[in-house]
Design a protein around this ligand. Structure first.
Ligand code: SF4
Length: 490
């Protein structure tokens, strides 16, 4: 499984990804260097509302308790009448210590043996749904997320990778990604991942500033990050990604400037730059953070401008919302071809690929049905002990949801809408169906966030920062008084 050729060499995979979703022309403005913006404090405050990130539509808040335990099996069987390309997500929740900013579903544990037990359950969960799946399905994407997948010992990572190849037909050049905690990692972890086909590593970096690291209880010297990068390069990983966060305690527009110089020196292929969402009423770990040193929304937004200007001025391109990639990265190429897609992991180059998630809290998307797993570890184990798949919530999209999902995901990826193309794609006359929504876009125009085009509109460079706000216009459920559970858009 070593010496994986590049994805771009595979004509079959290529064929799937080059068919544009919509017939737009290439968006030249995506390559623009974002250097000269300065959105007013007034507009930042006006648009700093709680809004979904739209990794799905409807959002997980609409999911309902599962009433009929046979429903997921039927939905999966129906969807597997024909073989298709699929994607896998495995949630590995364990972490050695708690980062105080964390909003993930994780289990803090110092007991290394916790992961061996969990892996047995994970394997059982996979085996429970295999009879409903088409054996000819081809897996083109695998993602290990968490928690910290690298909490697992190298031998456990090797075992997990081997089991995945045993259970599924994984394409030779599948994208196999893993989230990596650089602390406590060894070269053997990376070798085990590479030997079982993993070829993309995402490093949780957050910030290289020691004062910030101390404030979030995550001490991670830059040398550690550099060491991991060199192992990944040595083991010929195709892509090294960084996850960064702005809006943490002690970060300022000035400090983030030095941080970004260091990040650019480390030369990742891709970056995801997330806004820190301080929601201690939902994520109790965040109560440990020193709230006195959290930057306010204006400073936060200036940091985002700083990060965006710095990255686009140093050869990276802004991808959708909060992602950046080098011009030859597959995400950049997909964006040029209007072939970018959004899913629970952020952005992807694959269209219409069902996602099967395993592990506590995982969310599967099987055609028009979402299935969410139990979030608590003991309950997850209990369901599997009773030979039950651990689904707890579900949602089945209706016709209006399907139309709105297409519109919102197109906007989140392309930063523009072509009403004629969307009419063709959704089967409804867009201008009539969304007459009220189009009217409601006018304030965004007057605030300089969108410009009308011949067939629709596109967001300006300023407007890209507020794409979530614009997307809420098309969300039939936004305003149902659950917004407190979303993070703020700044
Ligand atoms: S940020 Fe990552 S490593 Fe830290 S507690 Fe959360 S999941 Fe674990």
């Amino acid at each position: 499984m070593r010496d994986l050729p590049k994805l771009s060499d595979d004509p079959q995979l290529q064929k799937m990804r080059i068919i544009p979703k919509l017939g737009y022309n290439t968006l030249k403005y995506f390559s623009t260097v974002f250097a000269d913006f300065m959105i007013s404090d007034h507009l930042i405050n006006k648009y700093n509302i709680q809004a979904p990130r739209y990794t799905s539509y409807p959002t997980a808040l609409k999911f309902e308790e599962l009433q009929d335990s046979s429903y997921p099996g039927r939905a999966i069987s129906n969807r597997n009448r024909e073989a298709r390309d699929i994607s896998l997500y495995l949630h590995l929740p364990f972490c050695y210590s708690l980062c105080w900013f964390c909003g993930c579903t994780k289990v803090i544990s110092r007991k290394q043996e916790s992961s061996a037990t969990y892996l047995e359950y994970l394997d059982k969960e996979i085996q429970l749904i295999l009879p409903q799946m088409n054996p000819e399905n081809r897996v083109i994407q695998v993602h290990l997320g968490g928690g910290s997948p690298t909490f697992l010992q190298p031998s456990e990572l090797r075992w997990l990778g081997t089991r995945l190849h045993h259970h599924f037909n994984i394409a030779d050049k599948a994208e196999m990604g893993v989230e990596i905690d650089p602390r406590r990692l060894t070269h053997d972890h990376i070798k085990a991942l590479a030997d079982t086909g993993f070829n993309r590593g995402s490093l949780g970096v957050q910030d290289v500033n020691p004062e910030v690291q101390k404030a979030i209880n995550r001490i991670q010297p830059t040398e550690q990050v550099e060491q991991v990068i060199s192992w990944l390069r040595e083991e010929e990983f195709e892509s090294v990604n960084f996850d960064l966060i702005y809006g943490l305690p002690h970060q300022t527009p000035k400090s983030i400037d030095s941080t970004m110089d260091e990040i650019i020196r480390l030369n990742p292929d891709r970056l995801a730059v997330y806004s820190y969402a301080h929601v201690p009423w939902m994520k109790p770990a965040q109560k440990l953070l020193d709230g006195d040193h959290l930057p306010g929304p204006i400073d936060k937004f200036r940091m985002l401008e700083q990060v965006t200007g710095k990255l686009t001025g140093n050869g990276y391109r802004a991808i959708g919302m909060d992602h950046f990639a080098k011009p030859d990265d597959e995400l950049s190429i997909a964006q040029d071809q209007n072939n970018l897609h959004r899913n629970f992991q952020g952005y992807s180059t694959w269209a219409n690929v069902d996602l099967y998630a395993f592990g506590m809290s995982g969310i599967s998307q099987v055609g028009d049905v979402y299935l969410q797993n139990i979030k608590e570890l003991n309950d997850y184990y209990e369901a599997l002990d009773a030979d039950q798949s651990p689904y707890i919530k579900t949602y089945s999209l209706n016709e209006d949801d399907r139309i709105r999902r297409t519109v919102i995901m197109t906007l989140m990826c392309d930063m523009q809408l072509d009403f004629d193309a969307l009419s063709d794609q959704t089967g409804v006359a867009f201008r009539e169906y969304f007459a009220d929504e189009i009217e409601n876009l006018k304030p965004f125009e007057s605030d300089g966030f969108l410009e009308w085009t011949v067939n629709g509109f596109k967001l300006t460079n300023d407007g890209r920062f507020f794409v979530r706000n614009v997307a809420t216009t098309f969300d039939a459920y936004f305003g149902e008084k659950k917004e407190k559970q979303f993070s703020k858009s700044v």
